[in-house]
Design a protein around this ligand. Structure first.
Ligand code: 13P
Length: 253
């Protein structure tokens, strides 16, 4: 049985002080979640708030993740953050290959792959994002794109421990638009991603790897996605910036 995982990707939102306020509220709303719901909860604030958020979450079951990292442990890479730095702050997860990174910051299948390998060898668990653009979808390329991105991201990753990798299917056209893939369609694409994971590693690992859906997830539609057999959770953007809405997404109804 795969344990569900709901992660909030705050993107470039919340100052340190705002972040502390938000997780204070969240901690209260979700105090019972570790007991009543078999769901893992992660928040991914900006780098500048990670330390304060970690402190504010002490005593809760909520884990922290980063939104990106460099693949090197240290060195002359002005403006970058290394896996060692994230690990040292108490990060458990790191989002890698988000479409905003691919689109605006030139990330490629190759750089995402380097980061995934580095995260794994540094004991950080990657949440690897894949997904097609609207143009690719309309051209009937959804499957080819997610299979290519998945296989490229995972190439050369050691099989040992690979079951702890998290994948996120985020159709680019559904991010921040209020449009979502239908739950059926998301389930279908996620099954294809799982098959690609099996081809890289093996069937056992593919059955253990958790695959989230992301793209305009809200309290109103989360149940549809979680009702699908292949969907193991959600990567939530906008709706994770408000404690009440994120809590409503996390809490079992
Ligand atoms: P929204 O939930 O705002 O559509 O963002 C999704 C996302 O990109 C999460 O990584």
């Amino acid at each position: 049985m795969r344990r569900r995982i709901i992660a909030g990707n705050w993107k470039m939102n919340k100052t340190r002080d705002e972040a502390v306020d938000l997780v204070g509220d969240l901690k209260e709303s979700l105090a019972d979640v570790g007991d009543v719901g078999d769901v893992e909860v992660v928040v991914c604030p900006p780098f500048t708030a990670l330390d304060a958020v970690r402190e504010a979450l002490r005593g809760s079951n909520i884990e922290i993740g980063a939104q990106n990292m460099h693949w090197e442990d240290e060195g002359a890479f002005t403006g970058e953050i290394s896996p060692l730095m994230l690990k040292n702050l108490g990060c458990v997860y790191v989002i890698l290959g988000h479409s905003e990174r691919r689109t605006y910051f030139g990330e490629t299948d190759e750089s995402v792959n380097r980061k995934v390998k580095s995260a794994m060898s540094n004991g950080l668990l990657p949440i690897v994002c894949v997904g097609e653009t609207l143009e690719e979808r309309e051209a009937g390329k959804t499957e080819a794109v997610v299979v290519r991105q998945t296989k490229a991201a995972l190439a050369g990753v050691k099989t040992n421990g690979a079951e702890r990798i998290v994948m996120a299917y985020e159709p680019v056209w559904a991010i921040g638009t209020g449009r979502t893939a239908s739950a059926d369609e998301a389930n279908r694409v996620i099954r294809i991603i799982r098959q690609a994971v099996a081809e890289v590693f093996n069937e056992r690992i593919a059955q253990e790897v958790r695959i989230q859906y992301g793209g305009s997830v809200k309290p109103q539609n989360i149940a549809d996605f979680l009702g699908q057999p292949e969907i193991d959770g959600a990567l939530v953007g906008g709706a994770s910036l408000d404690a009440a809405s994120f809590a409503a997404i996390v809490k079992p109804r």
